[in-house]
Design a protein around this ligand. Structure first.
Ligand SMILES: NC(=O)c1ccc[n+]([C@@H]2O[C@H](COP(=O)([O-])OP(=O)(O)OC[C@H]3O[C@@H](n4cnc5c(N)ncnc54)[C@H](O)[C@@H]3O)[C@@H](O)[C@H]2O)c1
Length: 333
């Protein structure tokens, strides 16, 4: 077991690790993960869920609570969420409200969840058209990362994680950025040793941000780099999260260049790393629809959005930007 910090660590064997939790746990497992690793979970009390973004709902919350009661969960039970960000967000939410809060832990199984979703204590579900509008900030007892899970991810799911890893590097430092470029080949072939180092870097970076600003009143907003436009494109055009965030980062860099926040070198560096990992950058979109979605996603009714611009690699900043101004700038990019 190699620790990243006090409660986030890597494990070498899933079954050896889980064995210690047989009596006291209930596992909440993503059905795809269950299919791949069925024997490991045989002797456990478990709830298996078909996941999609639509599972982050009150309906699935009720279903899980019903099963927890049937399985005689009590205040000492630990709910171990084994899946991607959907299972983590949902399981963390259920655990934080069931019996006014029971212990929970994450064993993330997608690259995105290992690097991002399982870190930082945000749990939640969607409501109506709005993502993550209902939830809690409660931290898991631990996050146990078993990097071998990435071997069975589809290429698209793998790339969703890579987009977040690239985002972390641009927010973090040149050293982080170059580590990714230098290990491009090993990353693409899913070399577990290099991927483990990447996860460790992302987790350390995200943890350092979250520790200063758990409730997202300041620097945690930086993690939304590429997501203001990204979420809109994902919702309107159904493109994958990674693709949408990559396009969002590219347009944020273009806007930063236009506003004089960054120079051409920084813009080129951002474009270069995205293209090296075969992310599309330019995307034909309907500006009115994107702006409408940005208003909806803000979860507030003022005219400004906290837009994240890269100033240089390792220095991105939150700039309050008037949405109509943003629209006008995007129109003439
Ligand atoms: N809480 C946070 O801070 C935070 C941060 C980022 C994203 N999120 C949330 O995370 C969710 C996205 O997470 P995700 O990208 O992990 O998606 P996901 O949980 O939907 O998983 C993606 C797909 O991969 C499958 N899968 C999972 N692990 C697998 C494995 N090891 N092998 C094969 N298939 C596997 C799943 O069944 C699913 O079909 C979104 O709902 C997003 O809002 C939360």
């Amino acid at each position: 077991m190699k620790k990243i910090n006090h409660n986030i660590f890597f494990i070498n064997s899933l079954s050896d690790f889980l064995n210690d939790f047989k009596e006291k746990s209930i596992l909440l497992i993503d059905r795809n993960v269950y299919k791949h690793h069925q024997v490991v979970f045989e002797d456990f009390r478990k709830i298996i869920i078909d996941t999609s973004e639509a599972s982050k709902s009150f309906k699935t919350t009720e279903l899980i609570i019903t099963e927890l009661l049937q399985l005689k969960a009590h205040r000492e039970t630990i709910l171990i969420n084994i899946g991607g960000g959907v299972i983590g967000d949902l399981g963390g939410f259920v655990a934080s409200i069931f019996k006014r809060g029971v212990k929970f832990a994450h064993i993330p199984t997608t690259l995105l969840a290992m690097c991002d979703a399982a870190i930082g204590g945000k749990n939640g579900i969607n409501f109506g058209e709005t993502k993550n509008i209902i939830g809690t900030i409660t931290n898991p007892e631990f996050v146990a990362i078993y990097p071998d899970f990435i071997k069975t991810l589809t290429d698209e799911e793998f790339k969703n994680g890579i987009a977040e890893i690239i985002k972390h590097s641009i927010l973090d430092s040149y050293e982080h950025y170059y580590f990714i470029l230098q290990n491009k080949k090993e990353i693409k072939t899913r070399n577990i040793e290099i991927i483990t180092q990447l996860i460790s870097r992302s987790v350390k970076f995200k943890t350092s941000i979250v520790e200063q600003d758990e409730k997202e009143l300041g620097n945690r907003r930086l993690l939304n780099f590429g997501h203001t436009m990204g979420h809109a494109l994902e919702a309107i055009y159904g493109v994958s999260h990674g693709k949408a965030v990559a396009i969002g980062m590219f347009y944020a860099a273009k806007l930063a260049l236009k506003n004089g926040y960054c120079n051409k070198q920084t813009f080129d560096e951002i474009q270069f790393i995205l293209q090296e990992f075969k992310f599309e950058t330019e995307f034909k979109y309907d500006l009115d629809k994107v702006i409408e979605k940005i208003y909806q996603d803000k979860k507030s009714y003022d005219e400004d959005v906290n837009f994240i611009y890269p100033f240089t690699i390792g220095d991105c900043r939150v700039v309050k930007t008037n949405v109509e101004l943003l629209k006008n700038q995007l129109k003439i990019l």
